[in-house]
Design a protein around this ligand. Structure first.
Ligand SMILES: [Zn+2]
Length: 480
């Protein structure tokens, strides 16, 4: 084979496919990580992005959970993998989606900023206008029915401080005392972002949060009008899973990217770029490569509403199946227009945010740093902040890592100095917007970050140096 090893391999794999039935077929050359990295070509990756953009354009401009755009994305990825000889599964999972169509709060006629708690039932278009009852600020604010003793809560809007017990409990207690709605006052500066009533609790009355400052105004209010028009929908969605027919199934390398976009846009950088790079790596690797470890490609649904597809997947694994997963590689946003070259900080060497990943994550981080060094790029670390699909794997004690080109965080002057682009500007100014289109992709960055997927897969498909096997993890966990 010549330096065009790559195309040699692809051609060879294809040739193999053709002659697979004849037992005399020459064995496939062992996979070479740099060669697979080179095989993940920008043109092919952009080709997948063009298809995902066409899909979004033909389906109301997005590929979000529960939409025709998402289903068409599943069909596209699964179709490509099947054409390449993979046995493709599309396991289903149920998810409750929540959407706020319209929301506002007026206090004695003056508008106040609010954040509707996720899974809050709807007030309807007219909203709820009622007097305010303030639960006393005690050690467990609004967590017990007795907190409302002596207060006429029936039909009122209950106002309670954040803290100690979950929002769902505060909602339940107030509802049981007859409150028409609940407003939670944040105990931190700023709006109460990211609050939820949870998927398991009873959603009884509409609930929202206000900032600490606005809480004070609320306490003395005569009447408020809360409008929270929400929709709660049970949706059945799918992941796409495809594994090589070759390689050790007791030490599987799982490689994932989420396939859904937000409802607001086509999601070409977030996360068409990750999908395209992982898909192209799978197509270049082929369904039966000469590898030591089996490789499982995963395209997750419902990431944008809380990592649901990947979480359901990890939850669905038996102990044995979980132990058979040697590691997880995540690719979520690889083509940011003001690009960063970021590697998940497996050993927590940056000492910010979350701690190190499970044992083995350091070796994964090092592998991607080695790749970027080989391309003349000095990568930076990025925190395991739980904002992407490595979350459930890390939680399950599975070593994880991957590459990221940045989202709404701002590029630092140092980073601009070494990577180019603009300092103090978000890596992706069009993050989660209708403008996250093909035009939002930095192709020079994507050429390198997409190749890193090939390098990572190629490395760990051949060797798990520095990564404990699932069995070793299990022993560690059971203390033997
Ligand atoms: Zn994403």
């Amino acid at each position: 084979m010549n330096t065009r090893t790559l195309s040699g391999i692809t051609i060879l794999a294809a040739a193999l496919g053709a002659v697979a039935c004849s037992s005399t077929a020459a064995p496939t050359a062992p996979l070479d990580a740099p060669a697979l990295a080179d095989a993940v070509q920008l043109d092919a990756v952009v080709g997948h992005l063009q298809e995902l953009e066409r899909i979004a354009t033909e389906n109301d401009g997005n590929r979000a959970l529960g939409t025709a755009g998402y289903d068409a994305s599943v069909d596209y990825v699964a179709g490509k993998l099947r054409d390449a000889g993979f046995d493709v599964q599309t396991p289903e999972f149920d998810v409750t989606s929540f959407d706020v169509e319209n929301a506002s709060l007026t206090v004695d006629g003056a508008p106040v900023e609010l954040r509707v708690l996720a899974m809050s039932p709807s007030t309807g278009p007219d909203g709820i206008t009622a007097r305010v009852v303030r639960a006393p600020a005690d050690d467990t604010p609004g967590c017990e029915a007795t907190d409302y003793d002596g207060l006429d809560v029936a039909g009122a809007v209950a106002v309670v401080d954040r803290g100690v017990c979950p929002f769902s409990v505060k909602q339940q207690v107030a509802a049981e005392r007859g409150a028409a709605a609940l407003l939670v006052v944040n105990n931190e500066p700023g709006p109460l972002a990211g609050g939820t009533l949870g998927e398991d609790g009873d959603t009884l009355i509409p609930a929202a949060g206000v900032s600490g400052d606005d809480g004070t105004a609320l306490a003395g209010a005569g009447s408020v009008t809360l409008i929270a028009e929400t929709t709660i929908e049970d949706i059945r969605s799918r992941n796409v899973i495809a594994q090589t027919a070759t390689g050790d199934t007791g030490n599987v390398v799982v490689v994932g990217a989420h396939l859904d976009s937000v409802p607001d846009g086509p999601g070409i950088n977030d996360n068409g770029s990750g999908v395209a790079a992982v898909l192209e790596t799978a197509l270049q690797l082929g369904s039966d490569p000469s590898v030591t470890n089996a490789v499982r490609f995963a395209f997750w649904g419902a990431e944008e509403i809380g990592l649901v597809g990947s979480t359901r997947y990890v939850e669905s694994l038996s102990d044995e199946e979980r132990n058979a997963v040697a590691l997880y590689l995540n690719f979520d946003m690889l083509g940011s227009p003001n690009p960063g070259y970021l590697v998940y900080d497996g050993d927590d060497s940056d000492a910010v945010g979350a701690g190190p990943g499970p044992e083995g994550s350091t070796a994964i981080e090092q592998t991607f740093r080695t790749f970027f060094d080989s391309r003349g790029v000095a990568a930076d670390g990025t925190d395991f902040d739980g904002r992407s699909d490595y979350g459930p794997f890390v939680e399950a004690g599975i070593p994880a890592g991957g590459v990221f080109s940045g989202a709404d965080e701002r590029k630092t002057p140092d980073q601009a100095g070494k990577w180019g682009g603009e300092a103090d500007v978000p890596f992706d100014p069009d993050y989660h917007s209708p403008q996250d289109t093909l035009g939002n992709i930095d192709r020079d960055a994507l050429a390198v970050t997409a190749a890193s997927v090939g390098y990572g897969v190629g490395t760990f498909a051949q060797s798990l140096d520095g990564v404990p096997t699932g069995a070793a993890r299990d022993q560690e966990r059971s203390g033997n």
